[in-house]
Design a protein. Structure first.
Length: 254
């Protein structure tokens, strides 16, 4: 199967029993999941989404909506659905993951074994705070508060010029996002939450249960919005505990 510019495999594992599809946060790239490929057991192959505006996709057309972005990923993912798979989306990536699963279901393709919705409230609870129209200084303060990027880097004019347009573009997609009521996922949902995340209440995570016909749960971690960067081993351990692959257990993580 040909490689995809939209979906990257950091360490291809053709014999893997399951695929883990990871989706980044607003403005994020595959770097969020870079360490995961080496932490995952050989039974799991990591696939990381690369939205437009990142890496060698910097000049690719911008999607009109989160649903359109998810539809593009679904098309690219189709050849890789020859074995069980799961989705992990962080922050905005959780909403893209939600739409991705719905798109795959509508296409009549195999649904994932589970959606992991990380650091994100249920789709109906998304509230636009106008980040895409903030001044550069206010937007950088917002990003620094979330903890996903070193505040000192945001002081560099060349970095701002490179990353802020992408972040604004993603925030505009979020501002326009309107999930369709009545469209339910058929897979279980695990909402992963940092207990110190000011962006997300536990109730917001619990309400993912309203968007699936399967079971749902909330799994809490120490830390804030980017809790997963601080404890990748525990995050992957909790993830592995929920995968229906024989022989894959938390003890696989070293």
């Amino acid at each position: 199967m040909a490689e995809s510019r939209a979906l990257r495999r950091p360490f291809p594992r053709p014999g893997a029993a399951m695929r883990l599809v990871c989706l980044p946060h607003a403005g994020g790239s595959q770097s969020l999941y870079q360490a995961w490929a080496q932490l995952l057991p050989p039974e799991i192959e990591l696939i990381v989404a690369c939205p437009p505006g990142r890496l060698d996709r910097i000049d690719d057309p911008w999607p009109a909506s989160i649903a359109d972005l998810a539809a593009d990923f679904a098309t690219e993912l189709t050849p890789w659905l020859d074995r069980p798979w799961v989705v992990f989306g962080h922050s905005m990536g959780a909403l893209v993951g939600h739409e991705l699963v719905l798109r795959v279901q509508r296409m009549g393709l195999p649904a994932p074994a589970r959606l992991f919705a990380s650091a994100c409230a249920a789709p109906s609870l998304r509230r636009d705070r106008g980040q895409h129209v903030m001044t550069d200084d206010d937007l950088c303060a917002e990003l620094a508060g979330l903890g996903g990027i070193d505040p000192e880097l945001l002081e560099l004019p060349e970095l701002r010029e490179m990353v802020l347009p992408v972040i604004r573009g993603d925030y505009e997609l979020l501002a326009d996002y309107r999930p369709r009521r009545g469209d339910l996922l058929s897979c279980p949902v695990s909402a992963f939450v940092g207990v110190e995340d000011a962006e997300l209440s536990r109730e917001g995570a619990v309400r993912w249960g309203e968007w699936t016909s399967g079971p749902s749960e909330v799994v809490e971690f120490a830390g804030g919005h980017f809790y997963l960067s601080e404890q990748p081993e525990r995050v992957i351990g909790e993830l592995l505990d929920r995968l229906p692959v024989a022989g894959v257990r938390r003890s696989s993580v070293t």
